[in-house]
Design a protein around this ligand. Sequence first.
Ligand code: SAM
Length: 250
Amino acid sequence: MQKTDYSIIAQTYNNRYKEDYLPNIEKLLEQIIIKNEYKAVLEAGCGTGKWIKSFKELNLKVFGLDYSKEMLKIFKKEDSNAQIINADACGIPLKSDSVDLIFCVNAIHHFPDKKKFIAECKRTLKQNGTIAVFGVDPHIDNEWYVYDYFENVYKNDLMRFVSVDLIKTFLNEAGFNEINLSIAEKVFNERIGDEVFNDPFLIKNHSSQLANLSEQEYENGIEKIKTQINNNPNTVFKTSINFYIVSAKK
Ligand SMILES: C[S@@+](CC[C@H](N)C(=O)[O-])C[C@H]1O[C@@H](n2cnc3c(N)ncnc32)[C@H](O)[C@@H]1O
């Protein structure tokens, strides 16, 4: 399985956030923190720090952990009080029972050993702490036009992405309680004909799905889309995907 190279993606990664993308995630995280009066929070696979930066007002001790130095460099350029940790999420370099909330957004599919990551969260979290894993599940949702036009992307996603059911199983096996699955966000849009080329996710290095393709595979997909638009300028390019949150308590 190809490993996504975030040193290439880093420079343009934040373009996805120019539009108000996934606003509910921030709200849900804030609710968890405020309701439980949490003080110490870690994001695993924090990338450029989009979510951590939103906690500025909450007066928290915040850790941002990521494997990619290039993603963290972008994060560091912007103002943040977070403590940045360059490490693999499967070996969290923090003391046991030291964090109230560990969350990850669109990242667990990259971690080499998901079960180990969850066991590490169990160790690092304080009693009554929360783990919250946000992400898509292609085993449930596949209405994304990218899957139709770029060969092997859907097949690869089925292999790359752990299902929400399996995350629940790992949480259960690790001894977490109150395991809960719900939809955090519904992403729905339809772009007609040429409008599809305004979609930030159609640019090669804006998503791991397309970044993982060879130049030729990517060009083949773009050609397929252009041919389709030539044949029918009103073709609807649809995205209808759920972002799930799987959460549990220690
Ligand atoms: C799609 S990005 C998500 C970034 C951020 N959570 C967000 O929502 O904007 C996935 C992130 O996971 C990081 N990552 C991949 N493998 C990792 C690992 N084994 N340990 C820690 N971070 C990892 C990547 O470097 C990248 O920054």
